[in-house]
Design a protein around this ligand. Structure first.
Ligand code: WTA
Length: 587
């Protein structure tokens, strides 16, 4: 276990002083945090779900079907545009029909309760329909981010032993079927001709499918979804969540995102990552709220246009996006009417005060932090709409949860002292297991009585938690979580690379960029051309966001005598700092 340094690296005081206090938003869904923290019980939320009286559980019923029996039948659930020809809207009734049809398609492909089904699609309505259709048959979606290349796809579909994958003609070439014995069928969105024996056409099958398929009834403990995520060692691991997680999604979307009936809500995350499902699907739709999804690449004009066009009132995005908007300048947001906004939240990395203030300046609203992880399934430490918060702080534990800062032994540390950010196990969306890897799961609980997040933080005297960094080598680049080992494995597969060590290098916009130290094989000469070739190699094998943006050639990558890469030394090299104790280094 890495021991965090004993002193916080940043002090809240300077910025907190100049932080303009906001008026108390007593009209917030959570008007009094302190009172709720004392009395709230998760059991009180269960009555909002039909399963609490019927005993029949399925997220698709709670997120879609039940709304179609009442006033929300014809309410828009999903607005979609890609600003390139597709401009669509779907009511809850439409989604009931579409996801029923897709459930029929999956049944024809032989999918049964508990089977894993991959989704490997761009952000389009079909992706949302596919995920919910998978739920309808009681199977477990395994969403793959559309930028993944072959190795990343193979790792995830292989580990989860997915039986079917829903994909497109453009992406299917990255699915190495011969290496995936469990994968029987591909369902192709956007192809109706020239299908191979193991391929089905989404369009053809949907057109012949029935409009109503009753959900497969499950228990609260049955699987909901597997999201793959990265750690500091080994390949990506699959965090499996249970159906009961919906209780957490629902209540955090109500109290932290402050979602209301009349909101137009825009979560900018892709369902390939946990934010895009917990808060792009489950939270808003169990509440029956209208969601906006846009396809295509990031573009500052399009983003502000989206707020104006749909009159977005609640916006959930990430620090890198806020910083990218900020660096595009003030002229763009001034072209659009952003007056519909009433609340903004942020997730994925700490939001720096400059970006927070800039967003507040152009929208009138400061983004509120929400801290959580793939493994936690739901928001756990947040700043709430009704409550003042010092600028730069991560927030306070969500009612019904207990998060704090402890030392290596699990003892709470004094205010202002840096330690491990931990959570008391038992919140509704806590992962059920790491798929096929009990040892990895157990690592999260190695401080008895706590879930160990891997983040370092301190608590101040008022009980606010201040995130300080990771205690391990996990990299957050542009909000995406990347494991150094995965990038190193991809790098050493290049013929020129003998050894590689990868770190996150601090970056003003992206939070961190991926930097690789590479020792070349005999016969290869360092050159800029070779750097580009190696970076492209990672891009085409793993994913563009995982490719190193900076490469330094070295004679040898520093390792311990047992062969572990000393990333601490690489970070010191990168920053031009003393390398510290290297007594464990080989040679
Ligand atoms: C980081 C994303 C600071 C943290 C939902 C955590 C944050 C990791 C915040 C999980 C925040 C997330 N402030 N850091 N508000 N939210 N993080 O699994 O290091 O992609 O451990 O889940 O992101 O990343 P993941």
């Amino acid at each position: 276990m890495m021991t965090p340094p004993s002193q916080p690296t940043a002090s809240p005081t300077a910025d907190a002083v100049e932080w303009e206090r906001k008026p108390a938003n007593i009209d917030a869904n959570l008007p009094d945090y302190d009172a709720a923290y004392k009395s709230f019980d998760w059991k009180d939320v269960e009555c909002f779900f039909d399963w609490s009286s019927t005993g029949k559980v399925n997220i698709v019923h709670e997120a879609i079907d039940r709304h179609t029996k009442g006033m929300k039948r014809d309410k828009i659930a999903l607005y979609y545009t890609d600003y390139a020809g597709r401009d669509e809207k779907y009511t809850f009734e439409d989604l009931k029909i579409q996801t029923s049809r897709f459930a029929g398609v999956l049944k024809r492909a032989g999918v049964k309760k508990g089977d894993r089904v991959g989704t490997f699609l761009p952000r389009t309505p079909e992706l949302y329909i596919a995920i919910l259709g998978i739920h309808r048959v009681g199977a477990i979606p395994v969403p793959l981010f559309e930028a993944f290349m072959e190795q990343a796809v193979e790792d995830r579909l292989g580990n989860s032993e997915a039986k079917v994958c829903v994909t497109s003609p453009a992406l299917k070439g990255r699915i190495p079927k011969p290496k995936l014995p469990a994968l029987k069928t591909l369902i192709l969105v956007g192809q109706i001709e020239g299908l191979a024996d193991d391929e089905m056409s989404y369009e053809l099958e949907m057109s012949e499918a029935l409009d109503w398929v009753e959900p497969e009834w499950l228990t609260l403990d049955d699987g909901l979804i597997i999201h793959y995520t990265s750690g500091s060692t080994g390949k990506s691991k699959g965090a499996l969540h249970r159906q009961y997680a919906m209780v957490g999604h629902y209540q955090t979307a109500k109290w932290a995102l402050d979602l209301r009936e009349e909101d137009i809500y825009w979560c900018t995350a892709d369902p390939g990552w946990v934010t895009g499902t917990s808060y792009g699907i489950y939270g808003p739709w169990t509440l029956g709220v209208t969601s906006v999804v846009i396809g295509g690449r990031f573009d500052p004009d399009r983003w502000f246009e989206t707020i104006q066009r749909y009159k977005v009132s609640m916006w959930y995005s990430a620090p890198t996006a806020y910083r990218m908007l900020m660096s595009a300048g003030e002229v763009i947001p001034k072209k659009y009417d952003l007056g519909s906004l009433r609340h903004i939240c942020s997730v994925g990395e700490p939001l720096n005060p400059e970006a927070l203030k800039w967003i507040k300046k152009i929208t009138g609203h400061a983004p509120h932090e929400t801290w959580w992880m793939t493994e936690t399934g739901m928001q756990l430490i947040c700043n709430y709409r009704s409550k003042d918060f010092p600028i730069g702080c991560t927030g306070k534990p969500f009612p019904g949860t207990s998060a704090t800062v402890v030392d290596d032994q699990g003892k709470e540390v004094l205010p202002g002292t840096l330690g491990h950010l931990v959570v008391k196990p038992g919140w509704p969306a806590m992962m059920k297991e790491i798929w096929n890897n009990k040892a990895k799961y157990d690592e999260y609980f190695r401080i008895p009585g706590w879930y160990l997040s891997g983040d370092t933080a301190y608590k101040d005297a008022q009980g606010y938690i201040w995130y300080q960094g990771r205690a391990d080598d996990v990299i957050k680049t542009a909000g995406e979580r990347v494991g150094p080992f995965e990038v190193e494995s991809a790098l050493v597969a290049h013929p020129a690379v003998a050894e590689a060590g990868v770190i996150g290098k601090p970056d003003a916009v992206r939070g961190a960029i991926i930097k690789a130290f590479i020792a070349l094989r005999k016969g290869y000469q360092p050159s800029d051309q070779l750097k580009k070739e190696i970076a492209d190699f990672v891009k085409t094998h793993m994913a563009a966001h995982a490719a190193p943006r900076e490469i330094t050639f070295v004679d040898k990558v520093p390792k311990t005598r047992s062969g572990k890469i000393m990333r601490r030394v690489l970070r010191a090299w990168d920053q031009g700092l003393p390398v510290g104790d290297i007594s464990t280094m080989e040679d």
